[in-house]
Design a protein around this ligand. Sequence first.
Ligand code: SF4
Length: 213
Amino acid sequence: MRDTEESINVSALNQFAYCPRRCGLIYLESEFADNLHTARGNAEHARVDRVAHEAVGFGVRVEYALPVWSDRLGLVGKCDVVEFHEDGTIYPVEYKHGARKKRLNDDLQLAAQALCLEEMTGKSVPKGAIFHHTSRRRREVEITETLRRQAEETVAAVRALLISGVLPAPVNDARCKECSLKEICQPEAVAGKFRVHVMRSTLFDPEDECAKS
Ligand code: SF4
């Protein structure tokens, strides 16, 4: 049983796994700033990418920008590409900019797409791929039991975030360097304010012996 009937976008799982605050800024506060990375990503999604699929053999039907959903999980979204093979294999492919590199946040998004496709078709979706546009290489991803469980846990975490309405604290680490929301998020300033808040509460904590002396 879900806590809310509001559907969660499959791509929110990717954002949350990258940084919960980023997910909150986008889905709670409707902030989205383009930087080089998101601009490239958007351009690549826009021309997904019949060229890359010319290599797919005869007997494969390819659907682009296919809407998907799961009533069980309360998910909606779109698959960049889904291949329907003659032998019944259903194979989602998600396009990402950049070179071939394993990223759990991308794998979780693909797993959520697989869960949606399974519910919609009644067929198993054991594998899919991330197509890395810069290197023009696929990275095949097995939709393991562990990945499925992580995807479902992430759906629950995103739902809890949206219900709470509370923006998470900044991660303030290497992820921020490439984040398109850095200017809006101000991770260093927010982390600085948080440090000051902690110092103040320690200084005036009645249980704190240093504050008493
Ligand atoms: S700048 Fe850092 S903390 Fe802020 S949303 Fe981006 S990754 Fe998260």
